[in-house]
Write a new protein. Structure first.
Length: 330
C-alpha cells in the first residue's frame, strides 16, 4: 500500500524560499524500518546547515531531523516498537518535515504517555544534545557541584534545557545571549549568571564572575564569532566543546595555542556519533525522559508554525528571533 504525504523538499541549496511543499509517496517499511505519522516536527539549526549546503546532502532533500507521532507499521526485525505506539526521535537521515515517513527504527523510542507529541518533537534532538554534552562531554576530572561552565546561546532550545539540567546537577552555568530579555529567560530557567554579548565583553565578565579562574568547560554552538574568545574563558586543562556553527565555520586552529592558553582540550562532538546504536539511544532517552518527568527540566515551546510556513520559521530562526524550542505542525 502506498500513501501520500505532504513534505518539505529542496532541489538546490539556498535560502528559506528554496523549500517547497510537495506531495510524496510513502510505502511500507523494510527490514529495520518503521513508518510514522507525525503529530509534530522539531525545528533545529542543523536544518539550516543542510538547507544551505554547509552540511551537504544529495538532492532532492527532504529536511528535518526530529519528530513525534504514532507508529503506523514496522518492518522485519523491529521488536522495540509496534503499530500504534506513541514514538519520538532525533535521527539521520533527514526527512521529518512531512506528515508521514518511512525511516530507520534504530533511533526511534517509545514516547511516555505523560509527554505530549509537541514536547516530544521539541525535546529529542535538543534534549539529547544537552544530555551528551553535560553527561558525556566532560573536562578532566568531570564536572562536580559548584563548578563553573559557560554556555553560549543559553536562551535557545538546547540552552534552556541545559540551564535547567545544569541547575539540577549543582553546576554554576554562565549563559550568554543576545538581549537582556533573553538573558532574563536563561536566568529564569536556571542560569546562575548571564552575559549579554551585544553589550558586554563575555571574556572579561567570565573572569570577573569566576574571580579570574575561568570555567572548566565551554559549550559553544555559535562557532566562528565565539570560538577564540571561548578559549580565553577556560581555566587550565579546560574543555571547549564546539557543537555547532550558527555564525559560521570555525577557522583552522593553531594547536600550539592550546598549550599557550593552559593545556586546553577542544572537541567537536556530534549527537549522531552518540546515538549510533539503539541501546545507547535508548539509555540517553531514558535519562532525558526521567529529568523531564521529574519536573527538573521543562521543555519550553515558544514558536509553533504550520508546516506550510516553514520558510518563515527558518527566517526567524536564522535572525535569532526565536527563544526556546520551535515545532512545525503537519
Amino acid at each position: 500500500m502506498t500513501l501520500l504525504s505532504r513534505a518539505i523538499q529542496i532541489t538546490a541549496f539556498g535560502g528559506p524560499d528554496h523549500m517547497q511543499l510537495v506531495d510524496t509517496e510513502v510505502g511500507q517499511p523494510g527490514p529495520g524500518e518503521i513508518r510514522i505519522r507525525h503529530h509534530a516536527v522539531g525545528l533545529n539549526y542543523i536544518d539550516v546547515y543542510q538547507r544551505t549546503g554547509l552540511y551537504p546532502n544529495a538532492m532532492p532533500l527532504q529536511l528535518g531531523m526530529e519528530g513525534a507521532g504514532v507508529v503506523e507499521a514496522v518492518g522485519e526485525g523491529v521488536d522495540h516498537l509496534a503499530a500504534g505506539d506513541r514514538a519520538a526521535y532525533a535521527s539521520n537521515p533527514p526527512g521529518s518535515y512531512c506528515e508521514r515517513r518511512v525511516m530507520p527504527a534504530r533511533c526511534v523510542v517509545k514516547l511516555p504517555d505523560d509527554i505530549s507529541f509537541e514536547t516530544g518533537a521539541a525535546m529529542m534532538l535538543k534534549g539529547l544534545t544537552a544530555q551528551y554534552l553535560l553527561r558525556r562531554t566532560l573536562p578532566q576530572g568531570g564536572l562536580n557541584a559548584g563548578d563553573f561552565i559557560l554556555w553560549h546561546a543559553a536562551a535557545g532550545g538546547v540552552g534552556l534545557i541545559a540551564c535547567q539540567w545544569a541547575r539540577a546537577l549543582g553546576l554554576q552555568l554562565i549563559g550568554t545571549a543576545g538581549s537582556d530579555e533573553k538573558c532574563a529567560l536563561a536566568r529564569e530557567h536556571g542560569a546562575t549568571h548571564t552575559i549579554n554579548y551585544r553589550s558586554e565583553d563575555f571574556v572579561a565578565r567570565v573572569k570577573e564572575i569566576t574571580g579570574g579562574a575561568g570555567v572548566k568547560a565551554v559549550y559553544d554552538s555559535v562557532g566562528a564569532d565565539t570560538f577564540m574568545k571561548s578559549l580565553d574563558c577556560l581555566s587550565p586543562f579546560g574543555l571547549l566543546a564546539c557543537y555547532g556553527n550558527a555564525s559560521g565555520k570555525v577557522p583552522p586552529l593553531d594547536i600550539g595555542l592550546l598549550a599557550a592558553k593552559g593545556s586546553l582540550f577542544v572537541s567537536r562532538p556530534t549527537l549522531f556519533t552518540h546515538i549510533a546504536t539503539r541501546e545507547r539511544t535508548q539509555a540517553m532517552a531514558d535519562e532525558l525522559f526521567a529529568v523531564v518527568q521529574s519536573g527538573a527540566v521543562t521543555i519550553r515551546i515558544d514558536q509553533r508554525y504550520p508546516l506550510a510556513e516553514v520558510a518563515r520559521a527558518h527566517r526567524e530562526l536564522e535572525a535569532r528571533q526565536t527563544t526556546g524550542s520551535s515545532v512545525l505542525l503537519p
